[in-house]
Design a protein around this ligand. Structure first.
Ligand code: C2E
Ligand code: CA
Ligand code: CA
Ligand code: CA
Length: 274
């Protein structure tokens, strides 16, 4: 038993070593990659459920690594946060997306993700606005998506940041609502413009419990005057259920996956036979 124990320990040791080495390699590459534009946005359509039209696109970061291939944001965003590179990354993503948006319909919105730690950056608003004016992208077309993890820490500061962004016309969406740290008190204390229901509820809508939760969140959004977007719509049944519930917007593989160039004509949100 003793020998086996030691073996297991050694196994974990090597596995951890190799993970640490992999992370160290990405860490070493990331700054240069951002500067060279290897970290780029992909675009996923956001659909209006009522009429099946594209409302806009969410920019989702991808790292096109020259030797490792495509790296997902869940792998490098935490590293960017730890290394203090997340501000630079966001600015680069926003810049590329604003340029790409010149080919979109003139009223299409652009949604970008920012990390909770960026809410502590006193220059966030100035950084974003600088990119918008540089690229000529109207603030009224930008939606900033935030998750709640860190918002709690200084609610007054975040509330003030939100107001300053909103004064310029930028909108703010509460992302991943229902997952992890989400709390209703944030909805009372902070003014969001949009609510995004976490995909974990939407993807499991064949269960009655999930469906009830999604319906209730759609109702909550309506009551609070915030259009609700359902994420993770993968099936026509989910799309139809959401439309019937009065959920305003939807995103998911059913309509279109994130792509390097925004798809002008993703699958219609509504497919009626009549
Ligand atoms: P998120 O903001 O919640 O983005 C939605 C994620 O769900 C995306 O994963 C998207 O590709 C995926 N997705 C979309 N439709 C479906 C579907 O129908 N089914 C399933 N199973 N998944 C779907 P992705 O692109 O890997 O991004 C993961 C997370 O990384 C994002 O979650 C966001 O939190 C973060 N992220 C991405 N880009 C950025 C960025 O530029 N800055 C920051 N700070 N975070 C980012
Ligand atoms: Ca998002
Ligand atoms: Ca989300
Ligand atoms: Ca997320």
């Amino acid at each position: 038993a003793k020998r086996a124990g030691r073996g297991t320990c050694r196994f974990f040791q090597t596995e951890m070593d190799s993970r640490l080495r992999a992370r160290a390699a990405l860490e070493a590459d990331l700054r240069g990659a951002i500067e060279r534009g290897e970290v780029m946005p992909y675009y996923q359509p956001v659909m209006a459920l009522a009429d099946g039209r594209v409302v806009g696109y969410e920019a989702l970061a991808r790292w096109q690594h020259p030797t490792r291939g495509m790296i997902a944001p869940d792998e490098f965003i935490p590293i960017a946060e730890d290394l203090g590179l997340i501000d630079m990354l966001s600015v680069r993503i926003l810049h590329q997306a604003c340029i790409a948006a010149r080919d979109w319909p003139p009223d299409a919105t652009l949604s970008i993700n920012i990390s909770p730690i960026q809410l502590k950056d006193p220059w966030l608003s100035a950084r974003l606005l600088a990119v918008l004016s540089e690229t000529g992208f109207a603030p009224g077309r930008l939606i900033v998506e935030v998750t709640e993890n860190a918002i709690i820490e200084d609610i007054d500061a975040v509330s003030e940041l939100f107001r300053s962004l909103q004064r310029t016309g930028i909108r703010i969406a509460l992302d991943d609502f229902g997952k992890g740290y989400s709390s209703l008190s944030h909805l009372r204390q902070l003014r969001f413009n949009h609510l995004k229901i976490d995909s974990s509820f939407v993807r499991t809508m064949d269960s009655a419990e999930s469906r009830k939760i999604v319906r209730a969140v759609a109702g909550l959004g309506r009551a609070l005057g915030m259009p609700v977007t359902a994420e993770g719509v993968e099936t026509p049944a989910a799309a139809e259920a959401l439309r019937e519930m009065g959920c305003e917007q939807a995103q998911g593989f059913f309509y279109g996956r994130p792509r390097p160039v925004a798809d002008p004509a993703p699958r219609a949100a509504e497919q009626r036979s009549d």
